[in-house]
Design a protein around this ligand. Structure first.
Ligand code: BGC
Length: 772
């Protein structure tokens, strides 16, 4: 059920009126980020109400010692935690010895706004203290997209009914903690603090792994726009520095503090340089000035939108939602650094450890492939290439050999950190998504050199894994894959999960074609790779070919549907509609054993396979499987509805597609799952993008050609999206009558619509009538 409390606006997220019950939700929803770091919408001033403080730096994590009830051999020693890091936003305000704290004062005219077009968070309110003094406060802040180690805040106070002393105290505080710490331990140890008038730095390091982070602040104060000369008092203690500035404020006049933070980490600099570099970043920012910094930041956001925006006419809620999703994806990952990736909660909360899941390859990659320069997606792939050694070690640990690779379910540095046997050891389909991502990247970009440079080694490791993971069943006269968990985590330890078997045989056959390609086109490099990987070409390829032809794929001959796993038909097959509303979500109301025995499906599983391999199945097959599985799917993973939207659109189920779309698009904005206070579902936001562009927009790639097969929701007047397609940038519009494609670049692009292939020169536009 939706819980809407935010206003609908096409470019903004707006919260009107103060209700402390919504604050933690808003802290997630109004988060800002620039790919290098992120910050929940915590208040600058003190706040004694419920809050989840969150300031995150990409790639900086803590290996928190594993906590499990029953240890199983092969479990990882730690779970990587995304770290709540330095509080750089803090500005305490004190008026006549009373602290400005929204939990302690009377608040009126509260408004919080996230301007997604320009990446700017702002807030305004009036506060009345116990002694009757009233102030008006207006704040703004952003994390610069241009200078990604810089954050800036403008914080203005206007006394409304008094003249008098106000103390403003900007500070940096590294004495922070993670709510999800396994052993109630603080993760940061102090290194160094320095403070002087109008500046300060704090450095801390993680107690394990020695990540060092420095934060520096500079600030200036204006009265009615005029610089004020300051005589601050400084304060310093372990992990904390502050400046206190006493101002004699006059009623009706506005006093603004601009605070600039520079944040650097040992991922990018030698430890000895960290704190001076952070200070340089902050002081450069102050020299540039708040307005100019903001201007360049805004321009960078507009540039991002120019190749990624989606315009929906006729449905303002859907319009706001899709921009919200695109905005947060770009805040989380900009693609400049191949060491970084996309955690399911991005920089908006602690849950899921902020690490990499198969979500990146299966859901996020398509978004970045279509909206950003090729390098961004390439960097996402290289991330896994760099972890290949660890994936091989991981497989070895579980008993595999000869270079077989099992990528982790959850990781920060390539090591597995997930610790539930049914997922860690069994949810091995993740390997398939990593192989599929290589195929997806190559069919989008035609960058086949990637296969020679990096792709083949990953494909080989994964194919070797699959070849060892299956076994020959005498009883079936087929190869089988036993004891797996498919994407549907409401089934564990099943045999022959269609999706996993399909991913396995597909990976092996793709690897075979890649070998042929390399032999023909990169003979020298191929010879080098054969040596490097001890690839026994003949024996291994023959083995794969044998498995591909003889792998058991479960199917129900009578209904002609693919079976999620062996024995699926023994279940009490019923529709999720038969569940009482009070039982849903079942994962909060049913015992685990009941869930496992039921037919209910957490997330797309067979249908995930049909989505990936749409080009191999006809529409009738897709429809039969959709009709069979959709009614049993409870969509209790946010990653689920998008795949169903896409398939429903393909088979003409417009209403169903739209109904499912609503669940994904406004999942966080309307807090469907009542958990938005923990953070946003960043990776499923990419699924929302897929629903719009690949579902309603009908964009798909078949045999390396771009196709459109749109199905506009009834209540939308039109849909418009921008795509990067190889060298070209295409603006695609769909209304009730036509598909219009405009090539806004200089390069010619080709696409298929209906039976025709269209060549579209740079600068040209084509209008094609939709079939009635
Ligand atoms: C889903 C997984 C997903 C993970 C992180 C789980 O609930 O079942 O498929 O990888 O969340 O988003």
């Amino acid at each position: 059920m939706e819980q809407r409390y935010l206003e609908i606006d096409e470019w903004k997220i707006i919260e009107e009126g103060w209700d402390s019950n919504n604050h933690m939700k808003s802290e997630s929803i109004f988060s800002i980020g620039n790919g290098r770091m992120g910050q929940r919408a915590n208040f600058e001033e003190a706040y004694s109400g419920d809050t989840l403080q969150g300031s995150y730096i990409a790639g900086v994590y803590y290996p928190d010692k594993t906590k499990v009830g029953w240890w199983k051999n092969g479990y990882p020693e730690y779970f990587a935690k995304v770290l709540n890091s330095v509080n750089w936003i803090g500005i305490d305000i004190e008026i006549a010895e009373q602290s400005l704290d929204l939990a302690q004062v009377k608040v009126s005219n509260f408004r919080r706004e996230l301007d997604m077009q320009h990446g700017l968070l702002s807030r305004s309110f009036s506060a009345e203290f116990a002694d009757g003094k009233k102030v008006k406060v207006e704040t703004q802040r952003f994390l610069s997209l241009v200078k990604d180690e810089v954050g800036a805040i403008s914080y203005s106070i206007t006394p409304l009914n008094f003249d008098g002393k106000v103390i403003i105290k900007p500070y940096l505080d590294f004495d922070v903690e993670n709510h999800d710490a396994n052993w109630e331990e603080k993760f940061w140890a102090p290194v160094d603090e320095k403070v002087a008038a109008q500046k300060g730095t704090v450095t801390a390091k993680t107690k394990k792994l020695d990540f060092h982070v420095s934060a520096a602040m500079r600030f200036e104060v204006f009265a009615q726009g005029e610089h004020v000369t300051l005589y601050p008092e400084t304060e310093q203690r372990e992990k904390y520095v502050a400046n206190s500035v006493e101002l004699q404020m006059e009623q009706g006049k506005t006093y603004t503090i601009c605070k600039y933070a520079g944040i650097t980490s040992s991922m990018n600099y030698a430890v000895e340089k960290l704190s001076t570099t952070a200070d340089e970043r902050a002081s450069q920012a102050m020299r540039t000035g708040y307005d100019k910094l903001l201007e360049e930041h805004k321009a960078a956001w507009l540039e991002k939108w120019s190749t990624s925006d989606i315009v929906i006419e006729g449905d303002a809620a859907a319009q706001q939602a899709i921009r919200f999703n695109i905005f947060h994806l770009f805040q989380t990952f900009t693609g400049v650094d191949p060491r970084l990736n996309i955690g399911p909660k991005g920089f908006t909360g602690e849950k899921y450890g902020g690490s990499t899941y198969w979500d990146t390859e299966a859901y996020c990659l398509p978004f970045y492939l279509s909206t950003t320069q090729q390098e961004v997606s390439r960097n996402l792939l290289i991330y896994r290439y760099k972890h290949l050694g660890k994936a091989i070690e991981n497989a070895q640990k579980l008993g595999f050999k000869n270079g077989a690779a099992l990528y982790p379910m959850v990781t920060m540095n390539g090591e597995e950190c997930h610790n539930e046997w049914e997922i860690t050891f069994e949810e091995i389909h993740r390997n398939g998504a990593i192989a599929y991502a290589i195929f997806n990247y190559v069919r989008h970009t035609l960058d086949r050199d990637y296969l020679a440079d990096y792709g083949f080694e990953v494909l080989l490791g994964i194919s070797r894994f699959w070849a060892q993971r299956v076994n020959w069943s005498e009883a079936k006269g087929k190869y089988v894959m036993l004891g797996v968990t498919g994407p549907n985590e409401y089934e564990n330890n099943v045999n022959n999960n269609y999706y996993t078997n399909k991913m396995a045989s597909w990976t092996m056959s793709y690897t075979l074609t890649v070998v042929d390609y390399l032999k023909e086109n990169h003979a020298d490099r191929y010879a080098e790779l054969v040596k490097k990987t001890n690839f026994d070409e003949k024996a291994e390829m023959e083995e794969w070919a044998d498995i591909i032809s003889n792998l058991h794929i479960p199917i129900d001959e009578e209904r002609q549907v693919l079976l999620q796993q062996d024995g699926f038909l023994d279940k009490d097959l019923r529709s999720a509609d038969s569940l009482d509303a009070s039982e849903r979500p079942i994962n909060q109301h049913w015992s685990w054993d009941r869930i496992l025995r039921s037919c209910f499906i957490k997330q797309a599983d067979v249908l995930q396979g049909l989505y990936f391999f749409e080009h191999q199945y006809d529409k009738a097959t897709i429809r039969r499987n959709f009709d069979f599985y959709e009614p049993m799917t409870v969509h209790e993973s946010s990653l689920s509805p998008c795949v169903h939207v896409i398939l429903a659109s393909r088979i003409g189920y417009g209403e169903k597609a739209y109904e499912l779309y609503l669940r994904t698009a406004r999942l966080d904005l309307d807090d469907y799952n009542r958990e938005v206070h923990e953070g946003l579902h960043i990776t499923s936001m990419a699924g929302t993008w897929m629903s719009v562009v690949q579902g309603f927009g009908g964009m798909k790639i078949i045999k390396e050609k771009l196709h459109f097969e749109p199905l506009l929701p009834e209540n939308w007047d039109s849909l418009n999206f921008t795509l990067r397609w190889r060298e070209a940038v295409l603006n695609v519009s769909i209304d009730k009558k036509n598909l219009t494609v405009e090539n806004t670049s200089e390069s010619t692009a080709e696409f298929v619509f209906g039976p025709h292939t269209n060549q579209l020169k740079g600068g040209k536009k084509i209008v094609l009538p939709l079939a009635p």
